[in-house]
Design a protein around this ligand. Structure first.
Ligand code: RFL
Ligand code: PHB
Length: 389
């Protein structure tokens, strides 16, 4: 096989990149380790920045999102019973869209199918060869047969556990990491959301987030120690913890019900540099992870895709290499700012085991300041709705 760009990973970043490249007449082959059903079963992101919405529209996959997604003009930060509203619309003129990653991925698969794009599922043993040469290629096993695809460029969109990042030699890679001593236990339930907007809750019992997918589908998270197992959290125990974290007025009308999904995700901040190795480019979670507190992971993957698709189209179609040479610096500038925001949101809202009374007072003071200062709210809103690109 031969193509312009081999894309490793058929998650949101790989699919969006493939969609935009194909639309521009650049040929791709997407190699995905698992089945389509497994990719679509991952319950993850829920909040899309306006830039992400624009990119999905430009890719021709915005119609269902426009019909079924929910634009949000603000969100709530709470500290016990204090509720601080961040009015994105008033402070920045912009909104965010609540539309699940599962739906984004389903829309991208449908569009790729309609376009006749090549997506190979259940591939194994992916090896990136000769990335630092003018003739790179990728080998893999598919349907029990060893195969090879030659290409001009390779996009590593294979997430945190993929092979792309590890293709860059250890001694040429620099990793920056902060692992937090807690995770998020998340549930999905067929119940109306606790509130019309998302609530990020600080409380004496730790952090909780009340989010949603639609009028009858809620997504909730509570902070848990990394040692906790999902089996230790019955639904009753989950609701009890959640209600102990949310403001009293919200709890009064909270509707509980059986969970239809329950999982624990560890929290980390991680960046691997460089993003480019010869003709290999890292995109999305393959290169960086943010704790979910700032709702930035998927959005950051999309801004990486924006820079890379522009660069690859110019290189393949016009032989213009400026974007290729500038990709890493452009993407990293935005990545580090989102890292800072996600880290500060995480620190501002979580209880760190073994912390002293001072740390709790700092969180309380930050939230009080947020409630009293429009400047503080505007800064938060500007970062939450997404920095420009
Ligand atoms: P993905 O989604 O991990 O997809 C990578 C794909 O590559 C495949 N793969 C391979 N394929 C071939 N060969 C190999 N060797 C391979 N190894 C792996 C995998 O099977 C997979 O299909 O990365 P991508 O595309 O970069 O997308 C990143 C996003 O998924 C991620 O950043 C977000 O989900 C993060 N995130 C959130 N982001 C937001 O913007 N807003 C949110 O509200 C938000 N909430 C969240 C989140 C992530 C969470 N978890 C569970 C980590 C909430 C949670 C709980
Ligand atoms: C979600 O709905 O899954 C969600 C929303 C906001 C976040 C993280 C996750 O910050």
């Amino acid at each position: 096989m031969k193509t312009d760009v081999v894309i490793i990973g058929g998650g949101p970043s790989g699919l969006l990149l493939s969609q935009l490249l194909n639309k521009a007449g650049v040929a791709t082959v997407v190699l995905e380790r698992t089945s389509r059903a497994r990719v679509l079963a991952r319950i993850r992101a829920g909040v899309l920045e306006q830039g992400t919405v624009r990119m999905l529209q430009e890719a021709g996959v915005g119609d269902r999102m426009a019909r079924e997604g929910h634009p949000h003009e603000g969100c709530i930060f709470s500290d016990d019973d204090l509720m601080v509203r961040i009015d994105f619309k008033e402070l920045t003129g912009k909104t965010v869209m609540v539309y699940g990653q599962t739906e984004v991925t389903a829309d991208l698969y449908a569009a790729q199918d309609a376009m006749g794009a090549t997506i190979l599922h259940d591939v194994a043993d992916v090896v990136i060869c000769d990335a630092v040469s003018d003739a790179p290629f990728v080998t893999f096993t598919h349907d029990g047969v060893q195969k090879r695809v030659d290409c001009a460029y390779i996009a590593g969109c294979d997430g945190f556990h993929g092979v792309s990042r590890k293709t860059i030699p250890d001694d040429r890679r620099r990793e920056f990491e902060r692992v937090y001593p807690f995770g998020w236990l998340g549930i999905l339930s067929r119940t109306p959301p606790a509130h019309e907007e998302l609530i990020y809750a600080n409380s004496a019992n730790g952090f909780a987030l009340a989010s949603m997918r639609n009028e009858m589908l809620s997504r909730y998270y509570v902070q848990v120690p990394l040692t906790d197992k999902v089996e230790e959290w019955s639904d009753d125990r989950f609701w009890e913890r959640l209600t102990s974290c949310l403001p009293g007025d919200v709890v009064k009308t909270l509707v509980t019900g059986p969970s239809i999904e329950k999982s624990i995700a560890p929290l980390r901040s991680f960046v691997s540099e460089p993003l480019r190795w010869g003709r290999l480019f890292l995109v999305g979670d393959a290169a960086h992870i943010v704790p979910p507190t700032g709702a930035k992971g998927l959005n950051l993957a999309v801004s990486d895709v924006f820079y890379l698709q522009e660069a690859l189209i110019a290189a393949v179609k016009k032989g213009d290499m400026a974007g290729i040479d500038g990709y890493a610096a452009r993407a990293l500038a935005r990545i580090w700012k989102a890292m800072r925001f996600s880290w500060s949101m995480t620190t501002m809202l979580h209880h760190f085991e073994g912390e002293d009374g001072f740390a709790a007072q700092m969180r309380k003071a930050t939230l009080l300041h947020l409630s009293q200062s429009e400047t503080a709210r505007r800064d938060l809103a500007e970062n939450y709705i997404g920095l420009p690109y």
